[in-house]
Design a protein around this ligand. Structure first.
Ligand code: GLU
Length: 507
C-alpha cells in the first residue's frame, strides 16, 4: 500500500449495535492493523431527529468489550477532530456553497406542507429532474426571486442537482466494477434548513478532511454510493476518493433477507453486541455479552461470517486475524447467521481460556444468580470440571450451581420407576459408611468404596449411579459423580443423600 491506510467506522448513534455493524468495525480494524494503518471512529449524529441518548456511549463500550480500540475518536481525540459531526457543523456550509457556485447544487424553498401536497398529487413523488421545475427552488425561480427569498431569510435546504444523464462507475474491492444510472437517483438534500448537513454531504467532506484511504461499510449503503461519488467528483476530484468496499449482509438463518432484531426475538438469540436498553420505550434487548459470549469468540465468529483465509482453519485469535485478513477474500454473497455455530465458537474459546480468567469473567454471572462464592480457588476448580459442557458463560450457572449449594429441586420422578427397598437400604448404608469416613477422600477411593458396598448389597453399581447423581445434583447432568463428591465433600454428600431418601419414601 503506497500511502497511509486510514479507515473509519461511522455509525449514527441511533440504538444498539447490530452484529453487522460490529462486523463492519472488525473488517475496518483488521484491514487497518494488517497494513499498519489507523482506525477511526466518527460519530455521524447530524440527524437530530434520530438521536438517541446513550447510543454513542454504547458504541464506545461495545468497541471496548470487543477490544477493537480506535486510534482516533471523540474519546481518544486525534489530529483530525472533532470526531462528532454535530460539532463540525460550521465546516460543511462552505462545501455546500461551493457546490451552489459551481452549479452542482441549488437552494430549495419548499415548505414541508408544499412537499406533502406534492406527494399527495404525484404517486411515488421524487424530487428529481422530472419534477424540480415544478417546485420552489433556485432552478425554477428567477435570480431576483431567489435573492429576495434569501435576503428575507426564508427557510431553505440545499439539494444536489443530479445530472440528467450520467453513468457513475466505480470499483468496489469486493464487488468489482459497479455501475449506476443516476437517472433513478433523486436530488438529495445536502444541507438542511437548520444548517446541519445530511449524511450524504457530511460523509464525503469528512472522509476527505480526515484523509480516509478506504471506506468500508455495509451493503445497505450501496444505493447511496452514486450521490457520494458525484460529490467527490464535484468537490475534491475522484483521484482523492477512498477505495470502496460494500460488505455483504448478514442474513437470516433461513438464508434470505437481512438478519434483524426481530429474527433474534423470534428464534431466541441475540442480534446486538451488548444489552441495549431503549431510553424511550425502556425495552431491553439482550446482547451477546450478557448472553455469555466471550469477546474473543464473538470476534472470531463474526470474522468467519463472509471471510476465510482459504484453509479450513476456523479458530483465530485477533493477532492471527490481523495477520491473515485480506479484503479480497470477503465473499460477495451474504453470510447466513447460524447461532449454533456461534455457540460452537464460544465453547471452543471457553475451552481455550484459562480457568482463572474464566473465574473473573464468571463472577458477575454468579452474583446475578445470587450464588455466593466463598473461595476463588474452589470456583476455579469447579470451572475446570464443567467447562467442557458449557457453550455460554451462563451455562456455568446451571452446570455448576450444585457445587455451591444443595439443589433446590430433586428430579425424584426420574428415580422412582426403578426404585425399590433394597436400593433404599443401599443408600442408607452408603450415607452411614460416609459418616464413618475421615479426612477428605479422593474420587478413586470413593468409587472403590461405593463398588464394594454395592457388591455386598448385590446390586450392580450401574443401577445406582443415576440415582446417586440425581441426589447430589438434582438432575441427570454434571461431571463424574465421584469427582462431585470429592468437591462438595462428605458432610454435604450425606445431607443430600438423606434428604433425597426422605423425599423418595414420601416423608
Ligand atoms: N452513518 C452511516 C451509518 O449509520 C455510515 C455509512 C458509511 O459508513 O458511509 O452506518
Amino acid at each position: 500500500m503506497d500511502s497511509k491506510v486510514r479507515v473509519r467506522f461511522a455509525p449514527s448513534p441511533t440504538g444498539g449495535l447490530h452484529l453487522g455493524g460490529v462486523r463492519t468495525v472488525l473488517f475496518n480494524y483488521l484491514f487497518a492493523k494488517h497494513h499498519g494503518g489507523e482506525f477511526i471512529l466518527r460519530i455521524e449524529d447530524t440527524d437530530q431527529t434520530r438521536f438517541v441518548e446513550g447510543a454513542e456511549q454504547y458504541i464506545i463500550d461495545t468497541l471496548n468489550w470487543c477490544g477493537l480500540i480506535p486510534d482516533e475518536s471523540p474519546l481518544h481525540g486525534g489530529a483530525y477532530g472533532p470526531y462528532r459531526q454535530s460539532e463540525r457543523k460550521a465546516i460543511y456550509t462552505q462545501y455546500a456553497s461551493t457546490l451552489i457556485e459551481k452549479g452542482f447544487a441549488y437552494y430549495a424553498f419548499d415548505t414541508p406542507e408544499d412537499l406533502e401536497e406534492k406527494r399527495k398529487q404525484v404517486p411515488n413523488f421524487q424530487y428529481n429532474r422530472a419534477h424540480r421545475m415544478e417546485m420552489k427552488n433556485s432552478i425554477s425561480l428567477s435570480e431576483s426571486e431567489v435573492s429576495e427569498l434569501l435576503k428575507k431569510n426564508t427557510p431553505h435546504v440545499i439539494r444536489i442537482k443530479i445530472p440528467d444523464e450520467e453513468e457513475v462507475v466505480f470499483t468496489d474491492i469486493i464487488r468489482g466494477e459497479v455501475r449506476f444510472d443516476v437517472s433513478t437517483v433523486d436530488d438529495k438534500v445536502l444541507l438542511k434548513a437548520d444548517g446541519m448537513p445530511t449524511y450524504h454531504l457530511a460523509v464525503v467532506v469528512d472522509d476527505y478532511l480526515m484523509k480516509i484511504s478506504h471506506a468500508f461499510r455495509g451493503e445497505e449503503w450501496l444505493p447511496s454510493a452514486p450521490v457520494h461519488i458525484l460529490l467527490w467528483k464535484y468537490l475534491f476530484g475522484l483521484d482523492k476518493m477512498p477505495k470502496w468496499a460494500h460488505l455483504p449482509l448478514i442474513l437470516k438463518p433461513e438464508g434470505s433477507g437481512k438478519l434483524s432484531k426481530r429474527d433474534g426475538e423470534r428464534l431466541g438469540f441475540p442480534v446486538f453486541a451488548m444489552d441495549w436498553s431503549d431510553p424511550s420505550t425502556k425495552e431491553t434487548t439482550v446482547g451477546f455479552k450478557e448472553k455469555g459470549f466471550l469477546p474473543e469468540a464473538f470476534i472470531n465468529f463474526l470474522a468467519m461470517l463472509g471471510w476465510n483465509d482459504g484453509s479450513d482453519k476456523e479458530i483465530f485469535t485477533i493477532e492471527e486475524l490481523i495477520a491473515a485478513f485480506d479484503l479480497e477474500r470477503v465473499h460477495k454473497g451474504g453470510a447466513k447467521f447460524d447461532y449454533e455455530k456461534a455457540k460452537w465458537f464460544n465453547q471452543e474459546w471457553i475451552k481455550k481460556t484459562d480457568n482463572t480468567i474464566l473465574a473473573e469473567l464468571l463472577q458477575p454471572f454468579f452474583d446475578q444468580a445470587k450464588i455466593e462464592i466463598h473461595e476463588r480457588s474452589y470456583l476455579i476448580k469447579v470451572i475446570g470440571m464443567v467447562k467442557d459442557r458449557c457453550h455460554l458463560l451462563t451455562d456455568f450457572i446451571s452446570q455448576s450451581s450444585f457445587f455451591f449449594a444443595a439443589p433446590t429441586t430433586i428430579d425424584t420422578a426420574a428415580i422412582l420407576p426403578k426404585w425399590e427397598e433394597k436400593k433404599h437400604a443401599f443408600f442408607a448404608a452408603l450415607a452411614q459408611s460416609f459418616k464413618e469416613m475421615s479426612g477428605k477422600p479422593v474420587a478413586a477411593e470413593l468409587e472403590a468404596n461405593f463398588k464394594t458396598l454395592a457388591a455386598s448389597h448385590e446390586i450392580k453399581p450401574g443401577d445406582l449411579l443415576l440415582p446417586l447423581r440425581i441426589m447430589l445434583v438434582g438432575g441427570k447432568f454434571g461431571p463424574g459423580v465421584f469427582d462431585i463428591i470429592e468437591a462438595i465433600e462428605i458432610p454435604d454428600t450425606i445431607k443430600r443423600i438423606e434428604h433425597s431418601l426422605q423425599l423418595l419414601s414420601g416423608k
